[in-house]
Design a protein around this ligand. Structure first.
Ligand code: HEC
Length: 397
């Protein structure tokens, strides 16, 4: 049912995007508040317990926000909680994972050139990383390492690097990237569900009971919030990574996806410090240099032109394309899972193939991104033939 799948996919993704924006917007706002509130000065008149405050103007109105050092004297009548954005982002994201990957694992997750798995094994590996990753992460955060946030962060980075390497050596590159993002997104939502919100409930309950607030719970919540803050932008990249096969489609895709994520985390670090009044202008410069470095690293290598080799004719090229590309890149694709030509690219006629020449060079010759997951099993000889053909063309590479 291509039509149902298409619209279900659109609806889920649209909602995933809307609610995710709401989650990130609220969470970045509170990080900003926390970083920006200034301590109350001597002689300033504030309610008892208020430790800091700030003024802001937005949409033509003035806002005076106050932050309490601990709990306020009595519970306000209305207390706003922020949790549904997180839960719904995870639920819609997980549904998308099932719809686009788990139900079509044979074509979307298994790449025989990477590992010869059954669809069920591929789904098991994906689910294992989601569940196992969380159990490992959660265990580390509950261990005595929770008091050494720097060492903890280092260990987590090593773990995520290993997970990326593992995923990319078990699943198709595209599925590996999405599962890496889904694993980190699961940490974020589960942090809210299992640690941050229950911790806040415990604090509120203690207030009502008139007992001292459980400081360890509040501290655990703060650590998880800090992690969420840094994980957000890397996860956002994995969400849009489908558009950028030059990252995961590269032979070192597992490293490139991580490196792009780290650029995002670095940018976030700069903003966090800047909001606290600590100016480190070299951080965005390093992040940008890293980004440019990644781009340069993936530059296409021109196909070698061998002297005296017979010219490749359009007929030969068309034969290969008909067999290896048209299942997807046709006005009516016949490949299961595709109801319209990907990216609107149709390669039925010579003029269409010629117009797509530079892109074909990029995605077939310079790096073996196409055919998608090599589902149509293009051979090395055929790839070399396309390479000789693009080398013959006078377009800019
Ligand atoms: C199994 C389906 C499938 C097959 C077979 C396939 N492609 Fe693709 N192709 C895709 C998908 C999906 C995308 C879009 C990826 C993305 O979202 O960036 C794509 C994108 C492309 C692009 C990038 C288009 C753009 O505007 O960025 C090129 C070029 C391309 N394919 C060429 C080929 C060639 C040449 C072949 C045959 C050698 C081929 N593809 C075989 C599915 C396929």
């Amino acid at each position: 049912m291509g039509w149902v799948n298409d619209w279900l996919g659109l609806g889920l993704r649209w909602f995933h995007f809307m609610i995710g924006v709401a989650w990130i917007g609220a969470s970045f706002y509170f990080v900003w508040l926390n970083n920006t509130v200034r301590p109350i000065e001597e002689g300033e008149e504030v309610a008892p317990g208020v430790a800091g405050g700030l003024w802001a103007i937005h949409g033509g109105a003035f806002y005076n926000v106050q932050k309490y050092g601990g709990a306020p004297g009595r519970l306000p009548k209305t207390l706003h909680w922020f949790k549904w954005e997180a839960y719904l982002t995870w639920i819609t994201g997980f549904s998308l994972l099932i719809l686009h990957f788990w139900t079509t694992a044979g074509s979307s997750m298994v790449d025989p050139a990477v590992a010869d798995l059954s669809p069920l094994q591929a789904v098991g590996i994906g689910a294992g990383f989601l569940l196992g990753g969380w159990l490992f992460y959660d265990g580390l955060c509950r261990s005595p390492l929770k008091n050494h946030s720097g060492i903890l962060a280092g260990l987590l980075l090593i773990f995520v690097t290993g997970a990326s390497y593992g995923l990319f050596h078990l699943l198709s590159a595209r599925a590996a990237t999405i599962h890496l993002g889904a694993m980190l997104g699961t940490w974020m939502a589960a942090n809210v569900f299992f640690v941050i919100i229950p911790g806040q409930k415990a604090v509120v309950d203690a207030m009502i009971a008139g007992t001292p607030p459980p400081l360890d719970r509040a501290k655990a919540g703060a650590l998880r919030s800090l992690h969420n803050n840094y994980i957000t932008l890397p996860v956002l990249f994995t969400m849009i990574s489908g558009h950028f096969p030059q990252t995961w489609g590269h032979p070192q895709g597992w490293l490139l996806v991580l490196a792009i994520g780290l650029v995002g985390a670095g940018y976030r670090h700069w903003i966090n410090l800047d909001e606290r009044g600590i100016h480190r202008p070299w951080i965005p410069v390093v992040a940008l240099a890293g980004f440019v470095g990644i781009a340069v690293y993936t530059r296409p290598t021109p196909a070698p032109v061998v002297e005296g080799q017979a010219a490749v004719s359009m007929v030969e090229v068309q034969q290969v394309i008909a067999q290896r590309c048209l299942p997807c890149h046709a006005s009516q694709p016949i490949q299961a899972g595709w109801s319209s030509p990907p990216k609107g690219m149709i390669l039925e006629e010579p003029r269409q193939i010629l117009a797509a020449g530079p892109k074909i060079h990029q995605q077939v010759v310079a790096s073996p991104i196409m055919p998608f997951g090599n589902l149509t099993q293009m051979t090395d000889e055929e790839r070399a033939l396309i390479g000789r053909w693009t080398a013959q063309q006078a377009f800019d590479r």
